[in-house]
Design a protein around this ligand. Structure first.
Ligand code: F6P
Length: 363
């Protein structure tokens, strides 16, 4: 009987999830002759005992999904109280759920489970590994805030979307002599804002890692007006906040989500600098659609590397990009940590040399 593996996707979706599923499936079937099963909706397909909760994946099932956004397996970004308790924002897998998954893995005779997701999924995956499930993690998130890898897949595609938005906002900003504020995702890390801001030629970039002062933002904009460029492009990360302030959250369906700083900032820019300002929240456009070529390649590398880990019986690890190489890091070193932009990130200096303001300048 051929050996078997399972794969699932967890947390918010990101471009490239299907590319990983395809790579895992192809590498497992073509190189090892294994059978591959996809678990639907995170682990709920198995844990909630759904009739169609597990789908066999063969070469035909994954053909033509490489460029497709989203995930053919579905995903969940909330902790179902039947399966998880939440302690200090961290999902703790219940003993019942661990036992149920272990029983399923053993009944199916699975050689390994590939978990594709962000910090929440790696945290759950680590608990499952500790409970005895042979699991390998693959780092996904548009936010790029996972430690243990240079890059997560999904990030590059999100930057492309945000950069395109800036290109479009520039023409309308210039026509109306306005300040256009683009609020981008990223949670409490500013990777999308920094990279899209540089790629899109923003004049001000505001990051959670660098609390800003409104006077410095206004000073940077006024300088532009004085030089004869009477419009401004500001990129603000959803988690950015002023010195002495705090990130802005709103409630959706009883859940706290970051968002609203763009609108707040546009209003302050109008009041303090006197420039007409408009805000755009780019939102989930950054997560949807086809992955960039870079993300397709990265996702494919991760998928193949994860299958190699299963073949080598290397579990409790996450695959990650280190320079040009895919290496593994223990999940224990990944969970509970966040990769923020460090003050000595070279792109910060380069941006400053270009005259981009971060709102922390002396005025
Ligand atoms: O982690 C990805 C992400 O898109 C964040 O950038 C954003 O803050 C969050 O998810 C939004 O989550 P949801 O789609 O559940 O509202």
């Amino acid at each position: 009987m051929p050996e078997r593996i399972a794969v699932f996707t967890g947390g918010g979706d990101a471009p490239g999830l299907n590319a990983v599923i395809r790579a895992v499936t192809r590498a497992a079937i073509l190189n090892y002759g294994w059978e591959v099963y996809g678990i639907r909706d995170g682990l709920e397909g198995v844990l909630l005992n759904r009739a169609d909760g597990v789908v066999p994946l063969d070469l035909r099932a994954v053909s033509e999904i490489l460029p497709r956004g989203g995930t053919i397996l579905g995903t969940v970004n909330k902790a179902d109280p039947r399966l998880y308790t939440v302690e200090e924002g961290r999902a703790i897998v219940t003993e019942w759920a661990k036992e149920r998954l272990k029983a399923w893995v053993s009944a199916q005779g699975l050689r390994g489970v590939v978990a594709i997701g962000g910090d929440g999924t790696m945290n759950i995956g680590y608990q499952l590994f500790e409970a005895g499930i042979p699991l390998v993690g693959v780092p996904k998130t548009i936010d790029n805030d996972l430690v243990g890898t240079d890059l997560t897949f999904g990030f590059d595609s999100a930057i492309d979307v945000a950069t395109d938005a800036l290109d479009r906002l520039r023409t309308t900003a210039r026509s109306h002599k306005r300040v256009m504020v683009l609020e981008v995702m990223g949670r409490n890390a500013g990777w999308i804002a920094l990279h899209a801001g540089v790629a899109g030629g923003a004049h001000v970039i505001l990051l959670p890692e660098i609390p800003f002062r409104l006077e410095a933002v206004c000073h940077a904009l006024r300088r532009r007006w004085q030089r004869g460029s009477q419009y401004g492009l500001v990129v603000v990360a959803e988690g950015a906040y002023p010195v002495g302030g705090a990130p802005i959250y709103h409630e959706i369906g009883g859940k706290k989500r970051l968002g609203g700083v763009g609108e707040w900032l546009a209003q302050r820019i109008y009041e303090l600098c006197g420039y007409e300002a408009r805000a755009l929240v780019l939102g989930h456009l950054q997560r949807g659609g086809s992955p960039s070529a870079f993300d397709r390649i990265l996702a494919t590398q991760y998928g193949v590397a994860a299958v190699r880990c299963v073949a080598n019986n290397t579990f409790g690890v996450m695959v990650g990009l280190h320079g040009r190489h895919i290496r593994t890091v223990p999940l224990a070193d990944v969970v509970g940590r966040q990769k923020a932009i460090s003050p000595d990130d070279p792109l910060l200096d380069i941006a400053r040399d270009l005259g981009i303001a971060f709102g922390d300048e002396e005025v």
